[in-house]
Design a protein around this ligand. Structure first.
Ligand code: AKB
Length: 317
């Protein structure tokens, strides 16, 4: 049987776009979209879809055997804001799921795994500007704790068992296709929808809050670039810093306002402000650029034009 790629968390923000991206590249039948609940399956029907709970290693192993899986993209996870509301659940979902995936890969001869880390690995003591690859990782959120522990676990499986695990520290991701859920950087997606839908937006972060961000087409390209890089070029099996653009909430509002002059934004910081304040404002990803040739394509202006035109077409026909 031809080998297949398994993507967990396929209905989430990254999965909903990564699955079609991989299917276009490798064929619909070659990519199995695993989702947690049957809801969200409709958009993934172009190829195989399976409902699976990543907390069950048996269920995962069954899928891996049935489809002769040779690569797993394990995306199922809780994000930072949801994680702070329920830290115990965040640990359980993020860590048990990853441990199961790594174990199932190891014991079933799956040679390659992708796992998303995040800028959430950094805490208040990392440099705010251009946080380097090897900055101290002392996060103050449970999400960050699971990302640091997850990176260490991935690296351990590489060192101990030779499992080729590859990880990216994604910045906040902005996508025209799939809404995020439960993240601190979600405002940068919501703001586009509200600009077109109501002409106003109440932002849950302060106007001067600067965070590292990336447009989804760049994130998809980075993910597949890393996974296709020759083994000799991938020197890190914890998490590569990955970066594209940094902007404040006020700057993205201004960028939208330059295209929709009547757009109004108010700022009402909530508990997510504390999370944002604990993260760096920009990331030094020179190691990824050196090791496997990463370059981003979208700046703030190019991303804003593309987002508005795609969302406008979808919302207003
Ligand atoms: C979040 O805001 O939690 C995520 C992330 C930066 O990992 N988007």
């Amino acid at each position: 049987m031809a080998s297949r790629i398994l993507v967990t968390g396929s209905a989430g923000q990254i999965g909903a776009e990564l699955v079609p991206y991989l299917r276009q590249r490798f064929g619909n039948d070659r990519v199995v979209a695993a989702i947690h609940k049957a809801a969200g399956a409709a958009l993934l029907r172009a190829g195989p879809v399976e409902v699976v709970d990543v907390s069950s290693a048996e269920a995962l192993a069954k899928l891996v055997k049935e489809y002769a899986v040779d690569t797993i993209y394990h995306l199922a996870a809780l994000l930072s804001a949801t994680g702070e509301n329920n830290p115990q659940l965040a640990w359980q979902v993020n860590m048990d799921g990853l441990r199961n995936v790594l174990e199932v890969a190891r014991t079933n001869g799956v040679p390659k795994v992708f796992w998303p880390s995040s800028i959430g690995v950094f805490g208040p003591d990392a440099p705010k500007e251009m946080a380097p690859q090897n900055a101290a990782l002392n996060p103050t959120t449970m999400y960050g704790v699971t990302k640091v522990a997850g990176e260490l676990l991935c690296n351990y499986y590489f060192l101990k068992y030779g499992l080729d695990v590859r990880c990216l520290r994604y910045p906040g991701l902005i996508s025209s296709e799939a809404p995020p859920g439960g993240g601190t950087t979600d405002y940068a997606v919501e703001i586009f929808y509200e600009a077109l839908r109501t002409g106003s937006y109440s932002c849950f972060l302060r106007e001067d809050t600067v965070l590292p961000m990336m447009y989804m087409p760049d994130a998809l390209r980075a993910t597949v670039m890393l996974m296709e890089a020759p083994r000799t070029e991938v020197r890190l099996h914890s998490g590569y810093n990955l970066s594209a653009i940094s902007f404040s909430a006020g700057e993205i509002a201004g960028e939208i306002r330059s295209r929709i002059p009547s757009f109004k934004v108010t700022y009402k910081p909530d508990s997510r402000q504390r999370i944002a304040d604990s993260w760096p404002q920009s990331i030094d990803d020179s190691v990824a650029r050196r090791d496997w040739g990463w370059r981003h394509e979208y700046d703030l202006s190019k991303m804003t034009s593309d987002m508005l035109s795609k969302l406008d077409k979808r919302m207003n026909g």
